[in-house]
Design a protein around this ligand. Structure first.
Ligand SMILES: [Zn+2]
Length: 164
């Protein structure tokens, strides 16, 4: 039996997400993250990999990147959360998703996408994960404190994710 099923999600990513079909223990491998292996050079040279689009790229090593932006990559439906219950793991040219907490049946699987950002590029990726520590945008954890600091300085400004 598969550990996941596809269902509508409130965290916006094509409107769908992956949900646990049973209780899952921390450390369990949930699903392979599959795609096409391309060279890092292709990433640099192709318009498809422009950083302005929501993309699904994993740098595997100095030479290769995994592009998971395909409809048959079911793991690509896993949404970002600032308080995730799963993470991307990898070895060699393979990537998969592992539970980093005990997950209850019916819970949505979430990962930290870990986007980095330059200047204000992060604003293109608002986060609606609803976690208490959500900074409002999908960015790498170590970048979040910088965003939080910015938000504190403009504290009257309403954040996209705080409307719930
Ligand atoms: Zn968030």
């Amino acid at each position: 039996m598969k550990l996941y099923r596809i269902k509508k999600s409130n965290i916006d990513n094509k409107g769908r997400g992956l949900y646990a079909t049973k209780n899952i223990k921390e450390g369990t491998k949930i699903i392979d993250y599959v795609g096409k292996i391309i060279t890092n050079r292709q990433v640099d040279e192709s318009d498809k990999y422009d950083n302005k689009k929501p993309i699904y790229l994993f740098t595997l090593n100095k030479k290769y990147t995994l592009d998971g932006d395909f409809s048959w990559n079911t793991a690509g439906l896993i949404n970002h959360s600032c308080d995730p219950n799963s993470q991307y793991d990898g070895k060699g040219l393979k990537i998969w998703v592992t539970a980093i907490k005990d997950i209850n049946q019916g819970e949505e699987f979430t990962c930290d996408y870990g986007f980095s950002f330059e200047k204000d590029d992060y604003k293109q990726f608002p986060c609606k994960c609803g976690a208490k520590n959500c900074c409002g945008y999908i960015v790498r954890e170590e970048s979040r404190w910088r965003l939080n600091k910015k938000f504190a300085m403009s504290n009257k400004k309403k954040l996209i994710n705080n409307s719930r």
